[in-house]
Design a binder for this molecule. Structure first.
Ligand code: NAD
Length: 443
């Protein structure tokens, strides 16, 4: 499917737009969904905007803007990361919060969906500035977050240290009670869970392996032996690189914000990891064949994993994708137009709301351990994660097959063929609306 230059120019690349289109498309398959539920789920339950000054290292003050959005809490407390990035906006956080609602439903954890962020460039801030920024943000959020109301976690350019500052500030404001469950993704010594650091990527691997075992991806039935290209080398991409290689894949291309590197025979991952842990960029690795982030998306490979930011695969470049399967490590890396182009090309997309849900699955396990003052072994955590991801993919494939059958009986309200994303969204929406109806929250 080709799209014209005019259509390309018109494509809205915002994550919010992508999420709205994906939701609307999924409704074609959720034929028994009532209008009240649609209206309720389409917009967040609560949007909190904060605006606060922070003293910088040079003694001057600067005002920062932050958000915390609770999309839905029918199934439990809000759950979702905190992002520090210059492009953070209210709409982006609203979209990411909705994704969290679908994700928590799909991996069957008793949480709702939430997300937060601060508009800032963390690369330009010192550690002490980041600490002051984080502490003040928690004070501004007040009781909008809490172990039983809304539980943040790390996301882009935040990490376990950020969560330690958040926990410590919240704890100082709420003395005399166990506050460990207020955030997840904490350092181990503050009640963090074994296996949380690579949970999103491990979940990505388990979900990919399970998907391939169902033989729904043309000409690819195993991760072992597959060529893999990964965009983004942070928590999700960096760990995915290691775990997919351990599972027998050949990592042929990786990238970070500076650009990418490529090797047909497989990259030297030790060198890549050493470069990244030293704070360097992959393009500066000696003897590396460098490519752009755009080139990476069109590399000859079987598995493509965008694991950086949203809207990376869009109407203007989706046609270049050569992979058999695109596994969404990042949230919202594929636009709605790109989804259609990839489908027409026969590229299967494993959607973010299943693919990277391992992060929130293990966040749930951390939360449970904190509430019970327990500590589980790495083996216990990984086994729980594995079975959750396998179950989620099995349910997804069953729903996908059912929707295909319904379409062949003309029971769908669209001519468009069903995608795994449609099936995942319909499953999540069905689980949440069933809880909402049983709770009778309309009364
Ligand atoms: P991170 O901050 O650890 O890493 C982000 C990576 O993206 C860095 O390597 C950075 O260099 C790279 N990057 C930034 N801009 C880029 C660009 N323009 N092109 C290519 N690379 C670029 O973030 P993360 O936690 O790994 O999150 C990545 C994505 O995964 C986000 O969409 C996030 O919402 C999603 N996610 C994260 C988790 C988690 O537990 N951390 C869980 C689920 C989903």
């Amino acid at each position: 499917m080709e799209i014209s230059m005019i259509e390309r120019a018109k494509e809205d690349l915002s994550l919010y737009q992508t999420m709205q289109l994906q939701f609307d498309r999924a409704l074609h398959w959720a034929i028994d969904l009532d209008q009240i539920s649609i209206d309720f789920l389409k917009e967040p339950a609560r949007v909190l905007r904060v605006n606060f000054p922070v003293t910088m290292d040079d003694g001057k003050e600067r005002v920062f803007h932050g958000y915390r959005v609770l999309h839905n809490n029918a199934c439990g407390p809000g759950k979702g990361g905190i992002r520090y990035h210059p492009q953070v906006s209210e709409d982006e956080i609203k979209a990411l919060a909705a994704l969290m609602t679908w994700k928590t439903a799909l991996v069957n954890v008793p949480f709702g969906g939430a997300k937060g962020g601060i508009v800032c460039d963390p690369k330009e801030l010192s550690r002490t500035e980041l600490r002051r920024l984080t502490r003040r943000f928690v004070i501004e959020l007040g009781d909008a977050i809490g172990p039983h109301t809304d539980v943040p976690a790390p996301d882009v350019y935040t990490d376990s240290q950020t969560m330690a500052w958040m926990y410590d500030t919240y704890d100082a404001l709420h003395p005399g009670q166990n506050n460990r469950a207020v955030v997840t993704g904490k350092p181990l010594e503050l009640g963090g869970s074994a296996g949380r650091d690579d949970a999103a990527s491990r979940g990505l691997l388990y979900a990919t392996q399970q998907l391939l075992s169902h033989e729904v991806v043309p000409d690819l039935s195993s991760v072992s032996g597959a060529r893999v290209a990964i965009q983004g080398l942070g928590n999700v991409g960096g760990n995915a690189m290691r775990l997919f290689q351990e599972a027998g894949a050949k990592i042929v291309a990786v990238s970070d914000s500076s650009g990418g590197i490529f090797s047909e025979s497989g990259l030297d991952l030790e060198a890549v990891l050493a470069q990244k842990s030293g704070g360097g960029n992959v393009v500066d690795l000696p003897k590396a064949t460098t490519i752009s982030n755009q080139d990476l998306l069109g590399i000859e490979c079987e598995i493509l994993i965008p694991a950086a930011l949203e809207s990376q695969v869009h109407g203007g470049n989706a046609n270049n994708v050569k992979a058999n399967v695109l596994v969404e490590g990042a949230n919202g890396p594929v636009t709605d137009t790109a989804d259609e182009i990839l489908k027409a090309k026969g590229v299967i997309v494993l959607p973010d709301i299943i693919a990277n849900a391992g992060g929130v699955a293990v966040s749930y396990l951390e939360w449970v351990q904190n509430l019970q003052n327990q500590h589980w072994t790495l083996g216990q955590v990984q086994e729980d994660l594995r079975s959750r991801m396998i179950d989620a993919v099995d349910v997804l494939i069953d729903r996908f097959e059912l929707l295909k059958e319904n379409q062949s009986k003309s029971m769908a309200l669209t001519e468009r063929s069903v995608s795994l994303r449609d099936a995942a969204l319909v499953t999540a929406i069905g689980r949440i609306t069933s809880v909402v109806r049983t709770r009778d929250v309309w009364m």
